[in-house]
Design a protein around this ligand. Sequence first.
Ligand code: FCB
Length: 489
Amino acid sequence: MTAKISRRALVRLLGIASASLTMPGLGEAITQSESKNSGASVTPRHFSSGFLWGSAAASYQVEGAVNEDGRGQSIWDTFSHTQGKVNNGDTGDVSVDFFHRYQADIQLMKELGLKSFRFSISWSRIFPTGRGTPNPQGLNFYNKMVDALLEAGIQPYCTLYHWDLPQPLQDKGGWSNADTSKAFADYAGYTAGKLSDKIQNFMTINEMRTVAEQGYSLGVHAPGLHLDTKSLAQLNHYLVLGHGLAVQSIRAQAHRGTKVGIADNINATVPVIETPEHIAAAHKAMREENAMYLTVVEEGRYTELYLKRLGANAPHFTAEELKVISSPMDYVGLNIYQPTYVRADGTEAGYSVIQPPSSYPHMYSPWLTVGPEAIYWGPKLVAEIWKVKTLYITENGASSADQIAADGHVYDTDRVMYLRNYLTQLQRAVAEGVPVKGYFLWSLLDNFEWADGYEKRFGITYVDFATQKRIPKESAAYYKQVIRENRVL
Ligand code: FCB
């Protein structure tokens, strides 16, 4: 049977945000009364003053220049050059050539009014073989680029691992090998030690779940492996261990005042209907669905249910490792794109995850289901459950089948729709006092979208990859205005 969804149900699923689009005034009235109740100082649709509007990118997706200045090979070089792995045979060899064009792109950021830029460092530029002797030229690019950001009044937020593991470390097992966790901590500490005079904010690993699931289980990302359940559970443990060791090593080597966090794509659990029982279910689900990532990082233990579900496949770990894994952070970054709807039930877990019907709306990327409430419930639950004091949305954005119109403009109305609805829900959280301090839109420029190659565009700026011409889209005009007015438009 084909699942059907009525328009009314769709509005309910998409939440108040959509309702306020079709019924002017309603969203505002609700936000206003929530603000009044919580006593928060933000006015309707506004964000708190000093809210950090930014954009995000990652080294392999934008830099190009893969053979310059002594850079070593990463697993994404290997993977993208393996036939059949990436759509259309695309690679990150050139991408948007950010390595050479960063100055002009930083001007674009300035023009938009961006207050921050989240980028990642290519480990293979700093340590071409992953460990050992650093490449003196490696830091040069990031030093220059960060100087240009600072000159433009844009705060740098630096991710240390956004998936481009040095190939020599993969040759020794990659994240399946505990030595990789140690090598990561060494590289992270060294790099933060060198750059923390200019960069105050570091993030360890981007999206541990994607690293494990896409790279080592489904095999659709580098290194393209298919580990069994037990090996994968152990690998997950080494990922969080790598994160914890890196937090400690950054603290040991960086300047005082350096802030350390993570950029994690939690399963953002959303109550299917906002009733007390389903909200309680979303709470439980947040801990259990993220048990091997943010939960263990925050709590320093694996949940009983997680270990029970794995049984004989549970990872080996020590009490000392759990302590390292839960080393205190200064903030938590959340990458939130889609919702995980849950409902209350009578199972041991007290909830179940609802799989979306085939008719569920999504953006150009089929995985990117539209559920703006994810960006309300995600940060709200994380703040409540783990008493997190500072949160950022380290990624949110949408793919679109962008076309250049006859007048030369790109009218990405679907991306604007997506952003407007998600920002409405984010503002709802901020208005209630959820401590989200900033938002990094993915992404400033179209870029290499991993296994999808260049076909799925996520930029608010269109890139003609043949000429490297940049064309700000309608969504760039939208975001610029949001930033200028510090409110949802
Ligand atoms: C996230 C990744 C980022 C980008 C966006 C669309 O999962 O962290 O690199 O690919 O998705």
